[in-house]
Write a protein that binds this ligand. Structure first.
Ligand code: PLP
Length: 450
């Protein structure tokens, strides 16, 4: 802890949230202030509401040191020569309330392996949430399939199930709903559409570890649930990921695919490598870090939830600040980020980026989150590539362009503001400072406009 400058980690978080964040250095000098609304805004030289620091992330548990050193000295580092990955898989499956878990190198490799195991192939189409990190649709390009974006409900920040069906074609094989920021999607509606059209559902739960839908963990409703344990995540290991499912045949296929296609379980030895696969394996050290981090995950999730509920209740009282709404059936958010919408009309038309700068200046780090990823330049590069021209007709790609109009998502991308999850591990007084800082900005909005 302690006052600090913006770190590489925070910069990475901003990037992971769409690289559009307006993080500023909040290690400014303290003015030892009170916080009345009469005070000048910090962005204009006034005192900061929150001159102190915020909880650091990740937090190392030194009781893991000994075991990790022993494992390193043993030279038993990769999957086949140790027990730590198996132990992690057993404990993570228990935590999620599911039969099986497979440790992976990352969330991206978990998504790709799931798609491959569920039959997503070159030339297929996959419907995906647009309000997400780039990885959610980049993995579809990696499978040489076409990502088709459904729209976002700006109130929930999540895929709007009513916009999925019109995007299904005879090539559609799967839907990837993303539980972004740890907010659970409306899984019943999504699964009903998938069932009707015989599609697979792969939950991108890469930001949603203990979120719940109808009292069950996100990642356990589709054909596969995929998680990320990147350094910034609520369950961090530097890099790593996992797939969960109750389906033994599917999990055997995933195991085989992620291990260069070696036989596993029901995937029998027809040759040395019976299935096309690659190396997406977890390392022993990643599993050991995860096992140590899992000791705190439930307690941390409870603290985040309590603080988020406090913020929801207080922030919704401020005109122009709209906390997220739970989707139908969602019962608990995991808060990888705490999101709300900023309505500039209520703030005298002060643009959101200026509000974000003002809030950062008050000592409350925040950013804008994802931009309109469906308009990302890399998508056109892919669609006009040699391979995609072979896989998809010009008529289909033109139709894709015409339909790639997402008013709900555009609205959200203009209004969203987010706090990083470790801030929610702060004290009640830290949460009060967030509310005070936004209230101060609201009450002094004329000063901000000037
Ligand atoms: C929503 C989402 N999907 C997928 C991923 C990919 O996970 P990883 O970075 O572990 O490959 C991430 C990671 O940041 C993510 O946030």
């Amino acid at each position: 802890m302690g006052t600090r400058k913006i770190t590489r980690r925070q910069a990475i978080t901003a990037a992971s949230a769409g690289a559009l964040g307006t993080f500023v250095n909040w290690s400014m000098p303290s003015f030892g202030i009170g916080t009345t609304d009469q005070q000048k805004l910090a962005i204009n030289g006034g005192p900061k509401v929150h001159p102190g620091s915020w909880p650091e992330w990740p937090v190392w548990d030194q009781t893991a040191d000994k075991g990790i050193m022993e494992m390193l000295h043993s030279g038993r580092w990769w999957r086949a020569v140790g027990d730590h990955i198996g132990e992690f898989e057993k404990k993570y499956a228990e935590l999620m309330g599911v039969k099986r878990c497979l440790g992976m190198a990352s969330g991206s490799t978990a998504l790709m392996t799931s798609m491959k195991a569920l039959g997503v192939d070159a030339g297929d189409e996959v419907i995906v949430s647009p309000f997400t990190f780039i990885a959610s649709y980049n993995v579809i390009f990696m499978m040489k399939a076409l990502p088709v974006f459904a729209d976002t409900d700006p109130e929930t920040f999540l895929i709007d199930p009513s916009t999925i069906e019109s995007r299904i074609t005879e090539r559609t094989t799967a839907i990837i709903p993303v539980h972004i920021y740890g907010l659970p999607c409306d899984m019943d509606s999504i699964n009903a559409i998938a069932k009707k059209h015989n599609l697979k559902v792969i939950e991108d739960a890469c930001q949603a570890w203990l979120a719940e839908y109808k009292g069950k963990k996100t990642g356990t409703f589709g054909d596969a649930g995929c998680y990320s344990f990147h350094n910034t995540k609520n369950l961090p290991a530097g890099e790593a990921g996992a797939i969960v499912s109750d389906n033994d045949g599917f999990m055997d296929r995933c195991n085989s695919i992620h291990n260069c296609g070696r036989p596993y379980g029901s995937i029998k030895r027809t040759s040395s490598y019976p299935i096309a696969g690659t190396n997406f394996r977890m390392q022993q050290i990643q599993a050991m870090i995860l096992l140590s981090q899992m000791k705190r995950i439930i307690k941390d999730a409870d603290i985040r939830l309590e603080n988020a509920m406090y913020l929801d209740a207080k922030l919704k009282e401020i005109p122009g600040i709209v906390p997220h709404k739970l989707a139908n059936g969602a019962t608990r958010s995991a808060y990888h980020l705490y999101p709300f919408r900023y309505k500039k009309e209520e703030f005298g038309d002060v643009p959101r980026d200026r509000f974000i700068r003002a809030l950062n200046a008050e000592g409350v780090p925040c950013s804008s989150g994802y931009g309109p990823q469906n308009k990302d330049g890399l998508i056109e590069d892919q669609l006009t590539s040699k391979g995609y021209k072979r896989l998809f007709s010009e008529a289909r790609i033109n139709q894709w362009r015409e339909e790639n109009v997402l008013p709900g998502n555009d609205q959200l991308c203009n209004e969203a503001v987010i706090f990083y999850h470790s801030m929610l591990l702060g004290s009640r007084s830290d949460m009060e400072d967030i509310v005070k800082a936004i209230t101060k900005i609201y009450e002094n909005r004329a000063e901000l406009k000037a």
